[in-house]
Write a protein of this length. Structure first.
Length: 167
């Protein structure tokens, strides 16, 4: 995911990159290729990139334990100032390119931003019903026969005792 920007004239250019998740070192959760689409606005002293990444993660649902694929998308902007040496600013989206540089390598940024875009909760769908805590049936494929209001058998002797005391 390297842009050799010296090959481009000033103006707007659409760029597309594809790299395997494995090559980007994204870890075992990610599968297939990662796509990077950028619009590069190049002028004499700066390069502005508006990019979108698309990766695919193979996850296990926290609720129903089913395996599923989720696409992880992320938009980001980067500004590169050419021919200006500056201390790195607080704004991490601004980078400096020394005059002898002719390339921008986005692989590290794509890797980091993709990992950041990964949701904390892994759900096969927003309304996943999960598994029945009693029989373990996947409730997404239909209700089970367990009575959800049924009293947990552990408490039965106590309730009987309570009845006795009340009478
Ligand atoms: Zn699920
Ligand atoms: Zn059940």
């Amino acid at each position: 995911m390297i842009i050799k920007f010296t090959n481009f004239a000033d103006g707007i250019h659409e760029l597309e990159f594809r790299e395997s998740a494995e090559k980007l070192n994204l870890g075992s959760d990610f599968v297939d290729d990662v796509l990077l689409n950028c619009e590069m606005d190049k002028s004499a002293h700066q390069i502005v990139l508006r990019c979108n990444t698309q990766a695919t993660a193979h996850l296990i649902c926290d609720r129903c334990t089913k395996e599923y694929d989720q696409s992880i998308n992320h938009d980001f902007n980067m500004i590169y100032l050419i021919d200006k040496s500056g201390d790195s600013e607080d704004d991490t989206n601004i980078h400096f390119l020394s005059p002898d540089q002719d390339k921008i390598n986005l692989s590290k940024d794509v890797k980091e931003l993709t990992l950041l875009a990964m949701p904390m909760k892994h759900l096969c769908s927003e309304d996943c019903k999960g598994l029945c805590p009693k029989c373990g049936k996947d409730l997404n494929s239909g209700e089970c026969n367990c009575n959800k209001d049924e009293i947990n058998p552990v408490w039965e002797p106590l309730l009987k005792l309570k009845d006795k005391l009340n009478n």
